[in-house]
Design a protein around this ligand. Structure first.
Ligand SMILES: [Zn+2]
Length: 146
């Protein structure tokens, strides 16, 4: 079992096992948040979420089609988890591994996916960069800071 919590402790997870790998995504939002994500797909994945936070402890940011809600602690601002916002009910499908206590990064593989199609990453980890499954975004306009 591994625990994850935001800085102030308002948002807490208990997770059945530590991640084998984390995703370092360089998309327009992940590169800003600096999240390293682990995922909980399907019933098997969901079963690993032993304790999830009080929804009242977080607020969320969404954009474009609103599929993904990036949740952050209302108190300390740590970006803690990802919710499939259009699922009924919404489903926590990702947790930011930077919230995990007692996780030895040396024992976790970092996977980089080039979702910005730029090849730019702050990390220099274990595996070659993977190509994105997502379309190339239109080029930034003058006032677009992506
Ligand atoms: Zn907090």
């Amino acid at each position: 079992m591994i625990r994850a919590a935001c800085h102030c402790g308002s948002v807490r997870f208990e997770i059945a096992e530590p991640p084998q790998w984390v995703l370092d995504c360089n998309c327009t939002i992940c590169r800003r948040y600096g999240g390293l994500w682990t995922y909980f797909r399907g019933p098997e994945g969901q079963a690993k979420l032993l304790m999830t936070p009080d929804p009242a402890a977080t607020e969320a940011y969404t954009w474009q089609d609103g599929d993904i809600a990036m949740h952050r602690c209302k108190t300390c601002g740590c970006v803690t988890h990802l919710v499939a916002a259009k699922a009924d009910p919404p489903v926590i499908f990702g947790v930011n591994c930077r919230m995990m206590a007692g996780l030895d990064p040396a024992k976790v593989v970092i996977r980089r996916v080039d979702n910005s199609h730029s090849g730019f990453f702050w990390t220099r980890p274990d595996e070659p960069v993977s190509a994105s499954r997502h379309p190339v975004m239109p080029p930034p306009t003058f006032d677009d800071w992506r």
